[in-house]
Design a protein around this ligand. Sequence first.
Ligand code: PLP
Length: 403
Amino acid sequence: MQTKFRTGTAHLFIPGPTNVPADVQRAMIVPMQDHRAPDFADLLGPVLDGLKPVFGTRGGRIALFPGSGTAAWEAAITNTLCPGDKVLMARHGQFSDLWAQMAQALGLRVEAIDVAWGAPCPVTEIARRLGADRMGEIRAVFVTHNETATGVTSDVAGVRHALDSCFHDALLFVDGVSSIGSIPFEMDAWGVDLAIAGSQKGLMCPAGLGILAASPRALDAMATSTMPRSFLDLRAMLGAHDAGSFCFTPPAQLLHGLRAALARLRAEGLDAVYARHHRLATGIRAGIGALGLQTVAEHPLFASDTVTAIRTPQDVDAREVIAIARDRYNTHFGAGLGPLAGRAFRIGHLGDLNEGMCLTALGIAELSLKAAGARVDLGAGLAAAQAVFAAQPLAPALSIAAE
Ligand SMILES: *Cc1c(COP(=O)(O)O)cnc(C)c1O
């Protein structure tokens, strides 16, 4: 049998899973351990504590579920709501759409606000719907903080303000799967009741953990919730976490990886992490603009600092751009999802990333676009991104304490 191989490294620019840093990979090469032994808490405790600042919470409780972000979506719903409850949410991309479908499938009444893919969560319309809800029927508002399909970031603080200004007591659910750990997320300050993340995006780990943070109000709602739940029972998992373990066999290697990844975020400093993502995203957007291409995000004000969805010219199939990048250049871009299939491709720029990697992404995007028939000037995007990066002060070297 022949083994296929390619020279050099594969370049992964999908918006999750993201690149896992070498020290995080090494931290996961450990023998299996007894998860019922008292010292398992020495691993779990620091992970739970280390996640709190990343979620921007002191008063919230963190629960880890084997699964992915989608599992945490479901856990948020089934642990706090009741069948037939009305929930309000905007659909403006694949992920907000899928979350609405899940809510419907689980027996909630979804009041959906459909807005253009490329627009953010419509805060004014949310405020209007909340204001019109005289009977207080809406039990929860769902916000997709960073719509990974379109590269659009929404104003969660604005939605909190809308709730408060109508004195509405609906719970606030926020999907932060592609934002938490990469762009500012302030669970407590924004009054978020259930915040959702996964291990494989900004947290720089393999997929395998759905992460849920619950506010004190969410924990109160758990007492009256009548949704069926079993594997994703939050009360049971929090109890197990209090006792230093999981309700069932935990993915211990992933916890070792997550502990190492959290140490990296602490060493860099969250503000520096957010500033780096903004700087790199600004370079990517400048490059795309210089190539004469449009982003799916309708305005730079709400363009995401973790993923950019790029429209291809009318006569260029984005699937071909992606295939050329993959097959010829060993480089992976995200597909256009749903109605954007064939019309857009995505560059994920989150997690363990630097200027050189972003220039690679842009350079390969230029080559692939050209080969797919787009009239782009090779190097124009690179030069624009380089100009952005050249104008930035040099980042300090980082150091990390050995475990
Ligand atoms: C990736 C993603 C999800 C789904 O997470 P999985 O880990 O794939 O289950 C949900 N929401 C957003 C915004 C995402 O980016």
